[in-house]
Design a protein around this ligand. Structure first.
Ligand code: NAD
Length: 364
Protein backbone atom coordinates (compact mmCIF):
# COMPACT_ATOMS: atom_id res chain seq x y z
CA UNK A 1 0.00 0.00 0.00
CA UNK A 2 0.93 3.62 -0.53
CA UNK A 3 3.07 3.39 -3.62
CA UNK A 4 0.92 4.63 -6.49
CA UNK A 5 -1.30 7.37 -5.17
CA UNK A 6 -4.25 9.26 -6.67
CA UNK A 7 -5.41 12.43 -4.91
CA UNK A 8 -8.66 14.11 -5.94
CA UNK A 9 -8.58 17.75 -4.86
CA UNK A 10 -4.81 17.37 -4.59
CA UNK A 11 -4.12 20.99 -5.55
CA UNK A 12 -6.06 22.25 -2.54
CA UNK A 13 -5.04 23.21 0.96
CA UNK A 14 -4.84 19.73 2.49
CA UNK A 15 -4.31 17.76 -0.73
CA UNK A 16 -1.24 19.68 -1.90
CA UNK A 17 0.34 19.33 1.53
CA UNK A 18 -0.42 15.61 1.40
CA UNK A 19 1.13 15.22 -2.06
CA UNK A 20 4.33 16.96 -0.96
CA UNK A 21 4.54 14.90 2.22
CA UNK A 22 4.09 11.59 0.37
CA UNK A 23 6.28 12.37 -2.63
CA UNK A 24 9.69 11.28 -1.22
CA UNK A 25 8.45 7.85 -0.15
CA UNK A 26 6.21 6.74 -3.04
CA UNK A 27 6.67 5.88 -6.71
CA UNK A 28 4.00 8.01 -8.36
CA UNK A 29 1.31 10.50 -7.36
CA UNK A 30 -1.49 11.70 -9.60
CA UNK A 31 -3.30 14.86 -8.57
CA UNK A 32 -6.75 15.29 -10.13
CA UNK A 33 -8.18 18.76 -9.50
CA UNK A 34 -10.29 21.28 -11.40
CA UNK A 35 -8.52 24.29 -9.80
CA UNK A 36 -11.86 25.62 -8.63
CA UNK A 37 -11.91 29.40 -9.16
CA UNK A 38 -13.45 30.02 -5.76
CA UNK A 39 -10.41 28.40 -4.13
CA UNK A 40 -7.57 29.18 -6.54
CA UNK A 41 -8.73 32.41 -8.23
CA UNK A 42 -8.96 33.11 -11.96
CA UNK A 43 -6.35 31.68 -14.35
CA UNK A 44 -4.76 29.44 -11.70
CA UNK A 45 -2.16 26.88 -12.66
CA UNK A 46 -1.07 23.69 -10.92
CA UNK A 47 0.89 24.24 -7.70
CA UNK A 48 4.63 23.48 -7.90
CA UNK A 49 4.94 19.79 -7.20
CA UNK A 50 7.92 17.42 -7.04
CA UNK A 51 8.77 15.46 -10.20
CA UNK A 52 6.87 12.30 -9.34
CA UNK A 53 3.59 14.20 -9.03
CA UNK A 54 1.52 14.38 -12.20
CA UNK A 55 -1.20 17.03 -12.32
CA UNK A 56 -4.42 16.42 -14.25
CA UNK A 57 -6.88 19.28 -14.66
CA UNK A 58 -10.19 17.51 -14.21
CA UNK A 59 -13.56 17.58 -12.53
CA UNK A 60 -14.78 14.68 -10.35
CA UNK A 61 -18.28 15.40 -11.66
CA UNK A 62 -16.98 14.25 -15.07
CA UNK A 63 -17.10 10.48 -14.56
CA UNK A 64 -15.56 9.54 -17.91
CA UNK A 65 -12.50 11.75 -17.45
CA UNK A 66 -12.03 10.62 -13.86
CA UNK A 67 -12.36 6.99 -14.91
CA UNK A 68 -9.75 7.31 -17.66
CA UNK A 69 -7.37 9.13 -15.31
CA UNK A 70 -7.72 6.50 -12.57
CA UNK A 71 -7.24 3.69 -15.13
CA UNK A 72 -4.03 5.33 -16.36
CA UNK A 73 -2.66 5.94 -12.86
CA UNK A 74 -3.66 2.47 -11.59
CA UNK A 75 -3.36 3.58 -7.96
CA UNK A 76 -3.21 1.34 -4.89
CA UNK A 77 -4.56 4.19 -2.75
CA UNK A 78 -6.97 7.01 -3.55
CA UNK A 79 -7.27 9.98 -1.24
CA UNK A 80 -10.61 11.56 -2.05
CA UNK A 81 -10.49 15.22 -1.08
CA UNK A 82 -12.14 17.06 -3.99
CA UNK A 83 -15.26 18.78 -2.70
CA UNK A 84 -17.37 21.87 -2.55
CA UNK A 85 -16.69 23.00 1.02
CA UNK A 86 -18.78 26.06 1.92
CA UNK A 87 -21.41 25.34 4.54
CA UNK A 88 -23.40 28.54 3.99
CA UNK A 89 -23.05 28.40 0.22
CA UNK A 90 -24.35 24.84 0.14
CA UNK A 91 -27.89 26.06 0.99
CA UNK A 92 -27.84 28.28 -2.10
CA UNK A 93 -26.34 25.74 -4.49
CA UNK A 94 -27.58 22.29 -3.43
CA UNK A 95 -27.37 20.88 -6.97
CA UNK A 96 -23.72 21.84 -7.40
CA UNK A 97 -22.85 20.51 -3.94
CA UNK A 98 -24.54 17.21 -4.71
CA UNK A 99 -23.05 16.94 -8.15
CA UNK A 100 -19.47 17.37 -6.89
CA UNK A 101 -19.58 15.80 -3.43
CA UNK A 102 -22.08 12.98 -3.91
CA UNK A 103 -21.84 12.16 -7.63
CA UNK A 104 -18.10 12.83 -7.54
CA UNK A 105 -17.74 10.14 -4.87
CA UNK A 106 -19.90 7.73 -6.87
CA UNK A 107 -17.58 8.34 -9.85
CA UNK A 108 -14.52 7.62 -7.70
CA UNK A 109 -16.10 4.30 -6.67
CA UNK A 110 -16.95 3.33 -10.25
CA UNK A 111 -13.46 4.27 -11.41
CA UNK A 112 -11.87 2.03 -8.77
CA UNK A 113 -14.22 -0.78 -9.72
CA UNK A 114 -13.02 -0.68 -13.29
CA UNK A 115 -9.38 -1.29 -12.24
CA UNK A 116 -7.82 -4.74 -12.47
CA UNK A 117 -9.22 -7.03 -9.80
CA UNK A 118 -5.84 -8.67 -9.28
CA UNK A 119 -4.44 -5.93 -7.08
CA UNK A 120 -7.44 -5.75 -4.81
CA UNK A 121 -8.21 -4.46 -2.35
CA UNK A 122 -7.38 -0.89 -3.21
CA UNK A 123 -7.99 1.67 -0.52
CA UNK A 124 -10.07 4.85 -0.67
CA UNK A 125 -9.37 7.31 2.13
CA UNK A 126 -12.10 9.92 2.48
CA UNK A 127 -11.61 13.47 3.74
CA UNK A 128 -14.89 13.47 5.64
CA UNK A 129 -16.15 16.11 8.02
CA UNK A 130 -17.31 16.53 11.57
CA UNK A 131 -20.16 18.53 10.05
CA UNK A 132 -22.07 15.25 9.89
CA UNK A 133 -22.66 15.47 13.67
CA UNK A 134 -24.48 18.79 13.63
CA UNK A 135 -24.29 20.09 17.21
CA UNK A 136 -22.69 16.85 18.38
CA UNK A 137 -22.79 15.39 21.85
CA UNK A 138 -24.17 17.08 24.94
CA UNK A 139 -25.03 15.75 28.38
CA UNK A 140 -28.22 16.37 30.30
CA UNK A 141 -28.26 17.04 34.05
CA UNK A 142 -28.75 13.32 34.68
CA UNK A 143 -25.62 12.67 32.55
CA UNK A 144 -27.57 10.95 29.79
CA UNK A 145 -26.38 11.70 26.25
CA UNK A 146 -28.31 14.02 24.00
CA UNK A 147 -27.53 15.13 20.44
CA UNK A 148 -27.41 18.92 20.66
CA UNK A 149 -30.66 20.38 19.31
CA UNK A 150 -30.65 22.94 16.49
CA UNK A 151 -30.65 26.44 17.98
CA UNK A 152 -33.72 28.50 17.16
CA UNK A 153 -33.48 31.89 15.46
CA UNK A 154 -35.62 33.30 18.28
CA UNK A 155 -33.15 32.16 20.94
CA UNK A 156 -30.16 33.37 18.95
CA UNK A 157 -31.80 36.78 18.45
CA UNK A 158 -32.40 36.95 22.20
CA UNK A 159 -28.74 36.18 22.91
CA UNK A 160 -29.44 32.64 24.13
CA UNK A 161 -26.59 30.95 22.31
CA UNK A 162 -26.17 27.62 24.08
CA UNK A 163 -28.46 24.84 22.79
CA UNK A 164 -31.40 24.20 25.15
CA UNK A 165 -33.99 21.45 25.16
CA UNK A 166 -37.62 22.31 24.38
CA UNK A 167 -38.42 22.13 28.13
CA UNK A 168 -35.73 24.77 28.76
CA UNK A 169 -33.23 22.29 30.21
CA UNK A 170 -29.63 23.39 29.69
CA UNK A 171 -27.09 20.97 28.29
CA UNK A 172 -23.38 20.46 28.93
CA UNK A 173 -21.23 20.13 25.77
CA UNK A 174 -18.66 17.37 25.58
CA UNK A 175 -16.27 15.89 22.98
CA UNK A 176 -18.20 14.06 20.27
CA UNK A 177 -17.40 10.36 19.70
CA UNK A 178 -17.93 8.61 16.37
CA UNK A 179 -20.76 6.41 17.61
CA UNK A 180 -23.08 9.42 18.05
CA UNK A 181 -25.90 9.44 15.48
CA UNK A 182 -25.21 11.89 12.66
CA UNK A 183 -27.49 14.95 12.54
CA UNK A 184 -26.19 16.95 9.56
CA UNK A 185 -27.38 20.55 9.82
CA UNK A 186 -26.49 21.80 6.33
CA UNK A 187 -26.54 20.66 2.71
CA UNK A 188 -22.74 20.46 2.84
CA UNK A 189 -22.93 18.21 5.91
CA UNK A 190 -25.54 15.98 4.25
CA UNK A 191 -23.33 15.54 1.19
CA UNK A 192 -20.35 14.66 3.39
CA UNK A 193 -22.45 12.04 5.18
CA UNK A 194 -23.64 10.69 1.84
CA UNK A 195 -20.00 10.29 0.77
CA UNK A 196 -19.46 8.03 3.81
CA UNK A 197 -22.61 6.01 3.10
CA UNK A 198 -21.71 5.48 -0.56
CA UNK A 199 -18.17 4.41 0.22
CA UNK A 200 -19.34 2.01 2.94
CA UNK A 201 -22.21 0.48 1.00
CA UNK A 202 -20.33 -0.02 -2.28
CA UNK A 203 -17.33 -1.55 -0.48
CA UNK A 204 -19.42 -4.63 0.22
CA UNK A 205 -18.41 -6.06 -3.16
CA UNK A 206 -14.78 -6.06 -2.06
CA UNK A 207 -13.29 -3.84 -4.78
CA UNK A 208 -11.77 -1.50 -2.23
CA UNK A 209 -11.43 -0.80 1.49
CA UNK A 210 -12.84 2.53 2.69
CA UNK A 211 -11.14 4.57 5.40
CA UNK A 212 -13.39 7.38 6.59
CA UNK A 213 -11.78 10.28 8.41
CA UNK A 214 -13.88 13.05 9.90
CA UNK A 215 -11.83 16.23 10.08
CA UNK A 216 -12.54 19.02 12.52
CA UNK A 217 -11.63 22.61 11.53
CA UNK A 218 -8.36 22.28 9.65
CA UNK A 219 -6.13 25.35 9.52
CA UNK A 220 -2.59 26.30 8.57
CA UNK A 221 -0.40 27.65 5.77
CA UNK A 222 -1.79 27.14 2.30
CA UNK A 223 -5.49 27.54 3.11
CA UNK A 224 -7.08 29.76 0.49
CA UNK A 225 -7.01 33.39 1.56
CA UNK A 226 -9.44 34.15 -1.25
CA UNK A 227 -12.28 31.76 -0.53
CA UNK A 228 -14.85 33.73 1.50
CA UNK A 229 -16.86 30.60 2.29
CA UNK A 230 -14.40 28.49 4.28
CA UNK A 231 -11.61 28.64 6.84
CA UNK A 232 -12.46 31.14 9.57
CA UNK A 233 -8.81 31.53 10.59
CA UNK A 234 -7.57 32.24 7.06
CA UNK A 235 -10.45 34.69 6.61
CA UNK A 236 -9.41 36.38 9.88
CA UNK A 237 -5.79 36.47 8.66
CA UNK A 238 -6.79 38.28 5.47
CA UNK A 239 -8.93 40.73 7.42
CA UNK A 240 -6.22 41.49 9.96
CA UNK A 241 -3.62 42.01 7.21
CA UNK A 242 -6.04 44.37 5.45
CA UNK A 243 -6.36 46.38 8.66
CA UNK A 244 -10.00 45.42 9.22
CA UNK A 245 -11.67 44.87 12.59
CA UNK A 246 -12.65 41.25 13.16
CA UNK A 247 -16.37 40.63 13.47
CA UNK A 248 -16.72 38.00 16.21
CA UNK A 249 -20.13 36.35 16.09
CA UNK A 250 -22.47 35.62 19.01
CA UNK A 251 -20.66 36.28 22.30
CA UNK A 252 -17.24 35.11 21.13
CA UNK A 253 -17.66 31.76 22.84
CA UNK A 254 -18.43 29.58 19.84
CA UNK A 255 -16.11 26.60 20.34
CA UNK A 256 -14.12 24.89 17.60
CA UNK A 257 -11.56 22.12 17.48
CA UNK A 258 -8.81 23.59 15.31
CA UNK A 259 -6.48 20.95 13.97
CA UNK A 260 -3.24 21.84 12.21
CA UNK A 261 -2.89 20.78 8.56
CA UNK A 262 0.26 18.70 9.10
CA UNK A 263 -1.52 16.70 11.81
CA UNK A 264 -4.33 16.02 9.32
CA UNK A 265 -1.82 14.98 6.66
CA UNK A 266 -0.18 12.52 9.05
CA UNK A 267 -3.63 11.09 9.86
CA UNK A 268 -4.39 10.64 6.13
CA UNK A 269 -1.07 8.86 5.63
CA UNK A 270 -1.66 6.66 8.69
CA UNK A 271 -5.08 5.71 7.31
CA UNK A 272 -3.53 4.87 3.94
CA UNK A 273 -0.69 2.90 5.46
CA UNK A 274 -2.40 0.93 8.21
CA UNK A 275 -2.37 -2.83 7.67
CA UNK A 276 -6.13 -2.99 7.88
CA UNK A 277 -8.65 -0.32 6.94
CA UNK A 278 -11.08 0.17 9.78
CA UNK A 279 -14.57 0.47 8.24
CA UNK A 280 -16.11 2.92 10.71
CA UNK A 281 -15.44 6.68 10.70
CA UNK A 282 -12.54 8.11 12.69
CA UNK A 283 -12.45 11.63 14.15
CA UNK A 284 -9.38 13.70 13.38
CA UNK A 285 -9.06 16.78 15.55
CA UNK A 286 -6.90 18.38 18.20
CA UNK A 287 -9.33 17.39 20.95
CA UNK A 288 -8.85 20.93 22.33
CA UNK A 289 -11.88 23.23 22.65
CA UNK A 290 -10.85 26.75 21.57
CA UNK A 291 -13.27 29.65 21.50
CA UNK A 292 -13.29 31.77 18.35
CA UNK A 293 -12.34 34.75 20.50
CA UNK A 294 -9.32 32.93 21.93
CA UNK A 295 -8.11 31.93 18.46
CA UNK A 296 -8.71 35.47 17.12
CA UNK A 297 -6.64 36.99 19.93
CA UNK A 298 -3.73 34.60 19.31
CA UNK A 299 -3.87 35.41 15.59
CA UNK A 300 -4.01 39.18 16.15
CA UNK A 301 -0.95 38.83 18.32
CA UNK A 302 0.89 36.58 15.84
CA UNK A 303 0.26 39.12 13.07
CA UNK A 304 1.45 42.01 15.22
CA UNK A 305 -1.98 43.70 15.19
CA UNK A 306 -3.54 45.60 18.08
CA UNK A 307 -4.99 43.10 20.53
CA UNK A 308 -8.33 44.95 20.59
CA UNK A 309 -8.77 44.63 16.82
CA UNK A 310 -12.05 42.77 17.14
CA UNK A 311 -15.68 43.49 17.92
CA UNK A 312 -18.07 41.01 19.51
CA UNK A 313 -21.20 41.80 17.54
CA UNK A 314 -23.82 39.26 18.63
CA UNK A 315 -24.44 38.50 14.95
CA UNK A 316 -25.18 34.88 14.21
CA UNK A 317 -25.65 32.51 11.29
CA UNK A 318 -28.69 30.24 11.36
CA UNK A 319 -27.55 26.62 11.33
CA UNK A 320 -24.17 27.42 12.86
CA UNK A 321 -22.83 24.98 15.43
CA UNK A 322 -22.13 26.30 18.91
CA UNK A 323 -19.70 23.72 20.20
CA UNK A 324 -17.59 21.34 18.10
CA UNK A 325 -14.86 19.25 19.69
CA UNK A 326 -13.81 15.73 18.77
CA UNK A 327 -13.24 12.73 20.94
CA UNK A 328 -10.05 11.46 19.27
CA UNK A 329 -9.51 8.22 21.21
CA UNK A 330 -10.39 6.06 18.20
CA UNK A 331 -7.71 7.72 16.05
CA UNK A 332 -5.17 7.27 18.82
CA UNK A 333 -5.99 3.59 19.15
CA UNK A 334 -6.60 2.50 15.57
CA UNK A 335 -4.23 4.74 13.64
CA UNK A 336 -1.66 5.12 16.39
CA UNK A 337 -2.01 8.81 15.61
CA UNK A 338 -2.01 11.90 17.83
CA UNK A 339 -2.03 15.62 17.03
CA UNK A 340 1.33 17.27 17.69
CA UNK A 341 0.91 20.97 16.91
CA UNK A 342 -0.52 23.35 19.52
CA UNK A 343 -2.90 26.14 18.52
CA UNK A 344 -0.26 28.80 19.36
CA UNK A 345 2.41 27.13 17.22
CA UNK A 346 0.03 26.45 14.34
CA UNK A 347 -1.33 29.98 14.32
CA UNK A 348 2.19 31.39 14.29
CA UNK A 349 2.90 29.27 11.18
CA UNK A 350 -0.35 30.44 9.59
CA UNK A 351 0.43 34.09 10.39
CA UNK A 352 3.94 33.91 8.91
CA UNK A 353 2.68 32.33 5.70
CA UNK A 354 -0.35 34.65 5.41
CA UNK A 355 1.86 37.71 5.77
CA UNK A 356 4.31 36.47 3.11
CA UNK A 357 1.45 35.57 0.78
CA UNK A 358 -0.27 38.90 1.35
CA UNK A 359 2.91 40.88 0.75
CA UNK A 360 3.71 38.90 -2.42
CA UNK A 361 0.24 38.86 -3.95
CA UNK A 362 -1.86 41.33 -1.96
CA UNK A 363 -4.70 38.91 -1.33
CA UNK A 364 -7.54 40.01 0.88
N1 NAD B 1 -10.44 22.41 5.72
C1 NAD B 1 -11.26 21.93 6.64
O1 NAD B 1 -11.41 22.51 7.71
C2 NAD B 1 -12.01 20.66 6.41
C3 NAD B 1 -12.79 20.14 7.44
C4 NAD B 1 -13.53 18.98 7.22
C5 NAD B 1 -13.43 18.31 6.00
N2 NAD B 1 -12.66 18.84 5.02
C6 NAD B 1 -12.63 18.14 3.72
O2 NAD B 1 -11.28 18.04 3.27
C7 NAD B 1 -11.26 18.10 1.85
C8 NAD B 1 -10.23 19.09 1.37
O3 NAD B 1 -10.55 20.36 1.91
P1 NAD B 1 -9.55 21.59 1.81
O4 NAD B 1 -9.68 22.35 3.05
O5 NAD B 1 -8.20 21.16 1.35
O6 NAD B 1 -10.29 22.43 0.68
P2 NAD B 1 -9.72 23.16 -0.61
O7 NAD B 1 -10.86 23.92 -1.19
O8 NAD B 1 -8.46 23.90 -0.33
O9 NAD B 1 -9.33 21.94 -1.56
C9 NAD B 1 -10.28 21.26 -2.32
C10 NAD B 1 -9.68 21.05 -3.69
O10 NAD B 1 -10.66 20.35 -4.48
C11 NAD B 1 -10.70 20.96 -5.75
N3 NAD B 1 -12.03 20.74 -6.31
C12 NAD B 1 -13.20 21.33 -5.95
N4 NAD B 1 -14.20 20.88 -6.71
C13 NAD B 1 -13.65 19.97 -7.55
C14 NAD B 1 -14.17 19.17 -8.58
N5 NAD B 1 -15.45 19.24 -8.94
N6 NAD B 1 -13.33 18.32 -9.23
C15 NAD B 1 -12.00 18.27 -8.92
N7 NAD B 1 -11.45 19.03 -7.96
C16 NAD B 1 -12.27 19.87 -7.28
C17 NAD B 1 -10.40 22.43 -5.53
O11 NAD B 1 -9.90 23.05 -6.71
C18 NAD B 1 -9.37 22.35 -4.42
O12 NAD B 1 -8.05 22.33 -4.96
C19 NAD B 1 -12.70 18.38 1.40
O13 NAD B 1 -13.29 17.16 1.02
C20 NAD B 1 -13.37 18.90 2.66
O14 NAD B 1 -14.76 18.61 2.68
C21 NAD B 1 -11.94 19.99 5.18
Amino acid sequence: MLNRIFITGGAGFIGSRLARALSPSVEQITVFDNLHTQVHGEHASSPDFPENVEFILGDVADGAHLNASVMKADPDTIFHLAAETGTGQSYDEPARYNSVNVMGTAHVIEAVRSLSRQDKPRRIVLAGSRAVYGEGEYLKDDKSVNVGPVRSAANLSAGVYAPVLSDGQKLRPCPTPEWLSPEPASVYASTKLMQEYLLTQCAAEGDYEPALLRFQNVYGPGQSLKNPYTGVLSIFSSQILAGQTLNIYEDGNIVRDFVYVDDVVSALIAAGRSQKAYPDPINIGSGYPATILEAAKILLNALGAKDDGFEITGQFRPGDIRHAVADIDRARTLLNWAPEVSLETGLTELATWARQSYEAKGYV
